[in-house]
Each structure stands twice: as structure tokens, then as C-alpha cells.
Write a protein that binds this ligand. Structure first.
Ligand SMILES: [Mn+2]
Length: 224
């Protein structure tokens, strides 16, 4: 790829903020349609991948019975679990956000806390829905991780709209950020060129550029 051609980042089930964040970081966005963009072929046209937020992963994918609060989407599960597995296998640069980090962890063999309020009670609010960039809590970032290099600070204030979180980290992954109550807020796969997942929503900050480093990191890795 010539240096003047922006890398193509594939995104399934996007909302505007994801697309805007990617474009501002220098990417060309390729919307992946689960019904038309069949796998693995559709990934041949992508230099990188973004997994987006949304409903819960079906707990059957990690061998558990669903908690009553769990809402799922079988089409998304099938498509995005396949995307995550392919990205790992092909070492395709991957950024995973919110549901995306949960998909990534399950795809690689990890498990999830299904309902934080009942299964991990704490005084920290992990579900502040409005405004979308409302600061909910801090995260402590693990020194020496890809995430720490991308964001350049040991601790950051983030938004939070999730009722699930990573429980058992998938084999080959490390925890790269936690909230003060011990909830996993980011994971990454050191053996990959770029495989980073965060539980908060950096895409809602495109106007301030606060987390642009995450999207730039993906685009840089995808451009190689
Ligand atoms: Mn949180």
C-alpha cells in the first residue's frame, strides 16, 4: 500500500461516532454487512477491523446460562465472533470497543461477568448513559502495555455504559486497564501486531480528540 492511500478499516454494525472517529484518525471505513459481506472473503478488503458496542454476547458461547438481564442478537454474535477469530488468526489489526471487547474475549476463549450490578456490586457507576461522553470513573492503565503507549497516562477518566465485563481473560491476553472497583476495562493480546479492546466508549470523544490515540494506533498498524 502506498503511504498516501488511507488504510481500510472494516466495521460491522456501526454508529456515526465510530465512523467519525476512524475517519478523523485517517482511515477509510468499509461497512461490513453481515448478510452480504461473507467471511472470510470480506476481510480480504480490510487492513484492520473495529468491533463496536451493542447488546450482550450469548452466554452459551462461554458455557453459561443467561442471567435474566441478558439481551442477545444471534446474527451479531455469529458474525462478530467469526470476525474476531479471523482477525486474531490473520494478525489483522483490531480495536474492540465495549461489546467489542466482550466479543473479542469470548472469541479467544474467555468469559464475562453477565450482570455487574448483581454479580460485582460496587459504588462505581458503570452505566451512565447520558450524555454519551459523561465521565463515570477512572481507569488505571497497566504500565508497559500497548494501551499505555497509545494513551500516555497511568490513569484516565472514562465514560461507561456497560452492565457486563471481562471475567476470565482469554488465554494469550493481558489486562491493560482496570477501574477502581477491579472491573477489567481493557485487554490486549501482546503476540498480535495490534489487538486492543476497551470497555469504555472512546468514539464518543471524537470532538475533543481525547482518545484519538486509540484510533490512530489502529490506523497506523493497519497502514503497515
Ligand atoms: Mn466501566
Amino acid at each position: 500500500m502506498s503511504p498516501t492511500t488511507p488504510p481500510v478499516i472494516g466495521v460491522a454494525f456501526p454508529k456515526d461516532d465510530y465512523v467519525t472517529s476512524l475517519e478523523r484518525a485517517g482511515a477509510r471505513v468499509r461497512i461490513l454487512d453481515a448478510a452480504k459481506d461473507l467471511l472470510p472473503g470480506a476481510l480480504d478488503e480490510c487492513d484492520g477491523l473495529l468491533l463496536t458496542g451493542g447488546v450482550d454476547v450469548d452466554p452459551k458461547e462461554y458455557g453459561e446460562t443467561p442471567h435474566p438481564t441478558v439481551e442477545t442478537n444471534a446474527v451479531r454474535d455469529d458474525y462478530e465472533l467469526a470476525l474476531a477469530k479471523l482477525a486474531i488468526k490473520q494478525d489483522l489489526p483490531l480495536l474492540a470497543i465495549c461489546r467489542g471487547v466482550q466479543v473479542l474475549n469470548v472469541a479467544a476463549g474467555g468469559t464475562l461477568i453477565q450482570d455487574l450490578p448483581s454479580q460485582h456490586p460496587s459504588s462505581i457507576a458503570h452505566s451512565i448513559t447520558e450524555p454519551r461522553n459523561a465521565i463515570a470513573h477512572d481507569v488505571a492503565i497497566t504500565n508497559g502495555t500497548c494501551l499505555s503507549m497509545l494513551l500516555g497516562a497511568p490513569s484516565l477518566a472514562v465514560n461507561s455504559r456497560h452492565h457486563q465485563a471481562v471475567k476470565d481473560t482469554a488465554p494469550g491476553f493481558v489486562v491493560s486497564a482496570v477501574s477502581p472497583d477491579g472491573v477489567v476495562e481493557a485487554i490486549e493480546r501482546p503476540a498480535s501486531t495490534f489487538c486492543v479492546g476497551v470497555q469504555w466508549h472512546p468514539e464518543n470523544f471524537w470532538a475533543t480528540g481525547q482518545f484519538v490515540g486509540l484510533f490512530q494506533g489502529l490506523v497506523r498498524a493497519a497502514a503497515k
